[in-house]
Design a protein around this ligand. Structure first.
Ligand code: DWN
Length: 427
C-alpha cells in the first residue's frame, strides 16, 4: 500500500525566494531543532570574477538543525537551486581520484545487477560525465541529467549524452517516452542537494524498470560528526543523511533499501541501493548501520550540541596555528579550492592576511576569487614554481593522493597543514 508520497509541508517551494524550513523534509514533523550556526555565509561555489568583486555578494544564513523525530540533520534555509546550479564551477574530473572512484561504481553496478548490454543507465547530477564514461565502457547506454549548462558542454564534448535540466517528474516521463525505462538510476552527491526529496524519489521510481535499482551516494552524517567535517556544511547540502531516515523515505514509496556500503570518498560516504520489494531480504548491512547509528547517539540532541562545541574549538586551534606560523614569517597558501574550503575559510575568517593565494586544478576557478574571503585562485603550476613554506590542505579528502603527488615539494622542506579533524602538520 503506497503511503502518502507528497512532500511534508515545507513552507516555500524551491522555485520561489529563499525558503525557511518549518517541517522535516523526510518525516514532516515540526520538530526541527537548531544546533549550529556558521553565520551568514556566501555560496560555496560562487567564485568571483574581478568584476564581481566590485558588486554586492549574496550571503545567506547557514544554520543546521536536526529533526528530533526522525533525526535527519538538515539546513533550515533553502537557497533557490537556480542560484547555485544553473552555472557550476565544480568539475568531477578535476580530481583524478574521482575517476577511479566512478570506475569502481560502474564495476560494482555490473557485478551486482548484471544489466544486459545497452541497458539504460541514468545519472542524475551527472556533472562532466565522469561516471557515465565509465558505465559506457561496460557497454551500457548512459544518459546524464545536469542543470549546469557550462558543465553539460564539457560532458557533451567527451561524448556523454546529457539533458540540461533539473531532474523532476516531467524529465522522468520524457526519458521513459524517448528512451524507455531505466535499468538503474544513479545519483551521486546530488541527493543532499535536493529540497523536494519526495518529488525526486517519485520521478526516479517512475523512471525505473520493474527490476531497476536506484543507487545513491551521499556523505555519511556519522563520518561528519566523528571526523568533525563541519566544512562539508554549505548551502548546496540541504540534508546530512544517516541510513535510518533514508529507509523511512523509501518505505513511503514501497521501495526497500536492499544494501548499504560505506565508502572513503568525500570524507566518508554511504552507497545506498533501493529497489522494489523482492524475495531476498535486505542485506544485514542495513540493519547493522541503523543499530550503529542509534548506539552512536544519533537519536540524542546532546550528540549535536557536542559537535557544535568541537567545531568552535577547531576554529580557535586552526586560527591560532596559522597566526603562530605567520608571526614567524612563514609563507602559507591554500591547496585546492573546494566548496568545503570556503565554509572553513569564511567560518574561521581566514583571508589574504593568512593565505597569499589558493591553487586548484579546475580551469573554471582560475583567475577568480574565493567566495567571501576573496583569496585569488591560481593553477597548481603557481605552487610548484613558488614553493611556499606551508600549504593549508583545503581539499583534505584527497590528502593521500596529494601528499604523494607533492613529494618533491615536501622533500624540499615544504609542509602541509591538514585542518580536519584537528589541525596537524605533515612534512
Ligand atoms: O557535493 C559536492 C561535491 C561532490 O563536490 C558538491 N556540492 C561540490 C563539490 O564539493 P567540493 O568542491 O568540496 O569537492 P571536492 O571534490 O572535494 O573538491 C576538490 C577540489 O580540489 C576541486 O576543486 C579540485 C581540487 N583538487 C586539486 O586542486 N588538486 C583536487 C585534487 C585531487 C588535486 O590534486
Amino acid at each position: 500500500m503506497m503511503r502518502s508520497t507528497r512532500a511534508p509541508g515545507s513552507r516555500s517551494s524551491p522555485k520561489s525566494n529563499r525558503g525557511v524550513l518549518s517541517r522535516c523534509r523526510i518525516c514532516g514533523a515540526q520538530t526541527l531543532k537548531k544546533f549550529l550556526s556558521l553565520g551568514p555565509s556566501p555560496l560555496a561555489n560562487n567564485f568571483l570574477t574581478t568584476e564581481q568583486l566590485r558588486r554586492r555578494e549574496p550571503y545567506f544564513p547557514l544554520d543546521v538543525c536536526v529533526c528530533t523525530t526522525c533525526w535527519l540533520v538538515q539546513l533550515a534555509d533553502v537557497v533557490p537551486p537556480e542560484t547555485m546550479f544553473a552555472q557550476y564551477l565544480y568539475l568531477t574530473g578535476a580530481s583524478p581520484p574521482m575517476r577511479l572512484h566512478f570506475a569502481g561504481l560502474a564495476a560494482d553496478l555490473v557485478r551486482r545487477f548484471s544489466p544486459p548490454r545497452a541497458s539504460l543507465i541514468i545519472d542524475v547530477g551527472s556533472n562532466d560525465g565522469t561516471f557515465l564514461e565509465q558505465a559506457q565502457a561496460h557497454g551500457l547506454r548512459g544518459l546524464g541529467v545536469e542543470p549546469a549548462a557550462n558543465v553539460v558542454a564539457v560532458a557533451e564534448a567527451r561524448g556523454v549524452e546529457t539533458l540540461n535540466a533539473f531532474f523532476n517528474m516531467e524529465v522522468a516521463e520524457r526519458i521513459v517516452r524517448d528512451k524507455g525505462p531505466a535499468r538503474a538510476v544513479v545519483a551521486t552527491n546530488v541527493f543532499a542537494h535536493v529540497h523536494d526529496l519526495y518529488g525526486f524519489v517519485a520521478a526516479a521510481v517512475r523512471l525505473l524498470a520493474e527490476d531497476g535499482v536506484f543507487v545513491l551516494e551521499v556523505p555519511y552524517v556519522v563520518e561528519m560528526l566523528d571526523r568533525l567535517e563541519f566544512d562539508t556544511i554549505y548551502h548546496e547540502h540541504l540534508s546530512y543523511f544517516g541510513v535510518r531516515p533514508l529507509t523511512l523515505l523509501f518505505d513511503r514509496f514501497g521501495m526497500q533499501v536492499t544494501h548499504v556500503s560505506r565508502l572513503k570518498v568525500h570524507g566518508g560516504s554511504i552507497r545506498v541501493y533501493a529497489q522494489r520489494p523482492r524475495d531476498a531480504a535486505p542485506s544485514q548491512a542495513v540493519s547493522e548501520l541503523v543499530a550503529q547509528e542509534t548506539a552512536r547517539g544519533l537519536g540524542t540532541f546532546e550528540t549535536y550540541e557536542l559537535f557544535a562545541q568541537r567545531v568552535h574549538a577547531l576554529k580557535h586551534e586552526l586560527t591560532g596555528l596559522l597566526r603562530q606560523l605567520k608571526a614567524r614569517g612563514s609563507r602559507i597558501v591554500g591547496y585546492g579550492a573546494p566548496a568545503k574550503g570556503n565554509t572553513l575559510l569564511n567560518f574561521c575568517r581566514i583571508g589574504t592576511d593568512m593565505l597569499e593565494y589558493v591553487i586548484d586544478t579546475t580551469p573554471f576557478k582560475h583567475g577568480r576569487y574565493t567566495p567571501g574571503m576573496h583569496i585569488p585562485v591560481f593553477p597548481e603550476t603557481r605552487f610548484q614554481s613558488d614553493r611556499p613554506d606551508y600549504a593549508l590542505l583545503l581539499a583534505w579528502n584527497y590528502a593521500d593522493d596529494i601528499l604523494k603527488k607533492e613529494v618533491v615539494y615536501r622533500e624540499q622542506g615544504g609542509k602541509f597543514i591538514i585542518p580536519i579533524p584537528h589541525p596537524f602538520i605533515v612534512s
